[in-house]
Design a protein around this ligand. Structure first.
Ligand SMILES: *Cc1c(COP(=O)(O)O)cnc(C)c1O
Length: 405
């Protein structure tokens, strides 16, 4: 018996193969059951039933395609995976329970004891902890290097290096790494390059097209876009994703169908949101630069940014996150933050709501003083994830913050 709606699903999927990004964001991965629902259905079920004992045996034995258990596959999760693969330009995607779950899955499925990773030191805080504290226990060593110093990347390579990992632009200082150059280095050393594309999303940057082998996402951020769910996803070749899928299925880093459905719907507005976030962040960055009391603004869209032209060569816009330094250190930064009224004081980003963060005492608070100094996380630094409110209102709130300096 054919899966309900399955042939139709294949046809809908097939119909968008040659379409552009905006169409894929709305249509790829779409499928319908025989009910003919227009909006994608959710399948909140832990397991699936079979029409006979013979069919059950065939599914378990892998002789027949179909769902078994939602830790392995689930139609809603697969719809999100298909859409993500289409948007990143990869052969296949594997969804995970969180962004960290995606990175854990990536490393445990592709690396083994004795392997070595070269990683940008300006990656998400939990990514550093994951490599240093937990992955190290599996006998995989990591060397952290400056994201912008290609010589440092080269110098860190060992015969056992099997993976390069980076995040660009970085959080919160918007340091930009040359994806093409690191991909070349990785491939010359028989290693894979994984890029955390959380800040740009495929709407602004497609690392696979620049030579990366795997794209990593925290779907929690812009893919959702409205701060509702935690999740993650990996995208890459069939070969690499088959390994990742094998780990998810056994290691249990699977995504819930409800969260998959939220992300799947979130992707339909991704381009529009990323364009609006980028436009407002650009305007805020230029404006903040001119305000008294602000020492420096970090945003790759500014012509003064040291890697502005590199960013422009690999991104179609500069995203919604910027950081700025106020004079007067931590006390002044806290006064600025407490002086605002509308924006949300939170560690999250990539939300329709503008969020404001003091990295040195929150997201980057667990770093040593030495590591903070090396990474440029100074006490007067404030991160702003520019939301979708009217930009004039965001400015007005920043004026309140400036007045409190
Ligand atoms: C949030 C974030 C992660 C971790 O994702 P979770 O969904 O919170 O597990 C990884 N990388 C970047 C760049 C992030 O911003």
């Amino acid at each position: 018996m054919a899966k309900p709606g399955f042939e139709r699903a294949e046809r809908i999927q097939f119909g968008v193969d040659d379409c552009e990004f905006d169409t894929l964001a709305v249509r790829a991965g779409q499928w319908r059951t025989d009910e003919g629902e227009h909006n994608d259905a959710i399948f909140p079920t832990s397991s699936f039933v079979y029409s006979s004992a013979r069919e059950a045996a065939a599914r378990f034995g892998g002789d027949e395609a179909g769902n078994i258990y939602s830790r392995f596959t689930n139609p809603t999760v697969q719809a999100f995976e298909r859409r993500m693969a289409a948007l990143e330009g990869g052969e296949r995607a594997v969804a995970t329970s969180s962004g960290m779950g995606a990175i854990l899955t990536l490393v445990l499925s592709l690396l083994k004891q004795g392997d070595h990773v070269v990683c940008s030191r300006s990656v998400f805080g939990s990514t550093v902890s994951l490599f240093e504290k937990y992955i190290s226990r599996t006998g995989v060593e990591t060397t952290f290097v400056s994201p912008t110093d290609l010589d440092a990347w080269k110098a860190a390579v060992r015969p056992e290096t099997r993976m390069f990992f980076l995040e660009t632009p970085s959080n919160p200082l918007a340091e930009v790494t040359d994806i093409r150059a690191v991909a070349e280095l990785a491939h010359a050393n028989d290693a894979v390059l994984a890029v955390d594309n959380c800040f740009c999303t495929p709407a602004l940057q497609q690392p696979l097209k620049l030579g990366a082998d795997v794209v990593v996402h925290s779907a929690t951020k812009y893919l959702d876009g409205q701060g509702r769910c935690v999740g993650g996803v990996l995208v890459g070749s069939d070969k690499l994703m088959e390994e990742a899928f094998g780990f998810v299925r056994t290691g249990g880093t699977a995504l819930s169908p409800f969260n998959a459905w939220v992300f799947h719907k979130g992707l339909e507005t991704l381009r529009l949101r990323m364009d609006a976030h980028s436009r407002s962040a650009m305007e805020m960055a230029s404006w903040l630069q001119q305000q008294p009391g602000i020492k420096k603004v970090h945003y790759a869209g500014l012509a003064e940014h040291p890697q502005h032209s590199l960013a422009a060569s690999q991104q179609s816009a500069f995203g919604g996150v910027l950081a700025f330094e106020v004079e007067g250190g931590k006390e002044a930064a806290w006064r600025f933050i407490d002086g605002t009224e509308m924006v949300s004081i939170t560690g999250n980003l990539g939300d329709a709501k503008t969020t404001i963060t003091h990295p040195a005492t929150t997201t980057h608070g667990r770093m040593s003083e030495e590591a903070k100094a090396e990474a440029g996380i100074v006490e007067g630094l404030i991160r702003l994830s520019v939301g979708l409110e009217a930009v004039g209102d965001i400015k007005a709130d920043m004026v309140r913050g400036l007045a409190a300096l």
